[in-house]
Design a protein around this ligand. Structure first.
Ligand SMILES: Nc1ncnc2c1ncn2[C@@H]1O[C@H](COP(=O)(O)OP(=O)(O)OP(=O)(O)O)[C@@H](O)[C@H]1O
Ligand SMILES: [Mg+2]
Length: 450
């Protein structure tokens, strides 16, 4: 979503006829034109935060255009100024470029040539205005918005849902690709909940060898098995009154699933080798990369126990302007991070598919901030090629079907700029079904509208 669509322009020209004709050309090209017949009135009336560009004649009755230029730029150095010079004033024009003019156009000028220069200046200005605006947003963001960054419809919605779910204290499943922010969301859920005085205990189900799983989760009494020298408190007990984060929950061995389910049903745990039931009060937040219901290995009953609420994190490539917002956020985090993305850097950021999502973006932003000699395009080109889609052959059919369905919905919504009616029609879906599927896949209309 872009935040500055109006194209503003200030035109300083003392010759009434030339000014009116030029202004008319520019208006026909879609610009809103402020007209000034002399330098002083322009200096008085162009606001410091003028979001557009300035075109000025160099020969003005009151101020010489060359003297006017630094004064205009002292108001706001990022406003592009295009000078119109008399025929043969090339020396002056070159001087103007050195003093910070964006470009110059020689009189008598071809309107097409002027428009082309104006369009380039406008492009640069738009990037700048949007970047200033993003900076202000990042500075002013408060609470959850400061931590879970993003203002795409999907992220705004996610924060709202997160606050709602946090207050009702139920189990939650967070869905999202790698590096999308599942752990961050889980942590936020804990932080804004009533449980925040107690522990947030993460446990990566894919990282624990199966034979250690039980002791890791439930703890053990001294001497309960070879190597169990001391009593150990398991993660579930440790998370009492707090939040247990089961990361990559789809990797939990089936035998463990039964035990975890029982423990959640009864609100108790038993340490390995112990025979007393210890009361626990847990909230479980689980994270998964794919729909758990489609995993034949994942128990239905455990699924239903966890699936009281769901949060879905869309891939970064679908969050539009959030890519630039996060990029700015992470470049600022680097202590020397004054470097800004140029228009072509931004283009590269927006067109990259981000298979590693926010985590990958963070790495790229950090490199960019630390090494002034590299453009975003160069950093991305040097990355290991993760962009080829992982071979889907190894995934269960149901998951491949689901991925495909999501992709079709995303592309159709994109093609119709978020029009629900057109999407319903093209895919021949009833509104209710379309709504349900969009919910399920974390697709939001507002991310597609212009
Ligand atoms: N919306 C966001 N705003 C700010 N930082 C974010 C956002 N989303 C993710 N991050 C950051 O991106 C990185 C990756 O996020 P996180 O570890 O939560 O992803 P994940 O979904 O758990 O990934 P994986 O599936 O690989 O475990 C973290 O440094 C996190 O702080
Ligand atoms: Mg994670």
């Amino acid at each position: 979503m872009s935040h500055q669509e109006n194209m503003h322009l200030a035109l300083i020209e003392d010759d009434d006829i030339v000014r009116q004709a030029t202004s008319q050309w520019l208006q026909l090209a879609g610009y809103q034109v402020l007209e000034f017949a002399n330098g002083q009135s322009a200096l008085d009336k162009i606001p410091e935060q003028f979001p557009g560009i300035i075109i000025s004649d160099v020969r003005l009755p009151d101020i010489d255009g060359m003297a006017l230029l630094p004064q205009l730029l002292s108001h706001n150095p990022s406003i592009p100024v295009i000078l119109i010079t008399g025929h043969g004033d090339v020396d002056m024009a070159v001087k103007a470029l050195h003093k910070g003019a964006f470009d110059f156009v020689e009189k008598p000028f071809n309107p097409e040539r002027l428009l082309e220069t104006v369009a380039r200046a406008q492009e640069r200005r738009k990037t700048q205005v949007n970047s200033d605006e993003r900076e202000r947003y990042l500075e002013q963001a408060e609470g959850l918005e400061r931590i879970l960054i993003g203002r795409s419809g999907a992220m705004v919605n996610l924060r709202q849902q997160l606050l709602k779910i946090a207050s009702i204290d139920t189990n939650v499943i967070i869905y999202g690709e790698t590096g999308c922010g599942k752990e961050l969301v889980a942590h936020c859920l804990h932080q804004v909940s009533q449980r925040n005085k107690h522990e947030f205990v993460p446990l990566n189900c894919a990282a624990i060898p199966e034979n250690l799983f039980e002791s890791e989760l439930f703890g053990h009494e001294a001497g309960s098995f070879t190597g169990a020298i001391k009593r150990r408190i398991g993660k579930l007990e440790f998370a009492d009154k707090g939040t247990l984060f089961l990361d990559e929950v789809e990797s939990m061995p089936p035998g463990m699933q039964v035990k975890v389910l029982r423990s959640l049903q009864e609100n108790t745990i038993e340490r390995v080798g112990g025979n007393t039931a210890i009361k626990t009060d847990l909230r479980v937040v689980a994270a998964a990369k794919e729909d758990l219901q489609l995993h034949p290995e994942f128990r239905q009953d455990l699924f239903y126990r966890l699936n009281v609420a769901q949060l879905y994190l869309p891939p970064l490539s679908e969050r539009g302007d959030d890519i630039l917002l996060l990029f700015e956020h992470y470049t600022q985090q680097v202590h020397s991070g004054t470097r800004k993305a140029s228009p072509s850097d931004q283009q590269a950021l927006l067109s990259y598919p981000w298979p590693g999502n926010v985590r990958e973006l963070k790495n790229v932003a950090t490199r960019f901030a630390l090494d002034n000699s590299l453009t975003v395009g160069e950093i991305l080109a040097a990355r290991p090629n993760l962009t080829t889609e992982p071979s889907s052959a190894s995934l269960p059919l149901a998951i491949q079907v689901q991925n495909f369905e999501r992709k079709v919905l995303h592309e159709t919504l994109q093609r119709h700029n978020g029009s629900i009616i057109d999407t319903m029609e093209e895919l021949d879906l009833p509104r209710r079904t379309l709504n349900q599927k969009m919910q399920k896949y974390g697709l939001y209309r507002s991310d597609y509208t212009e």
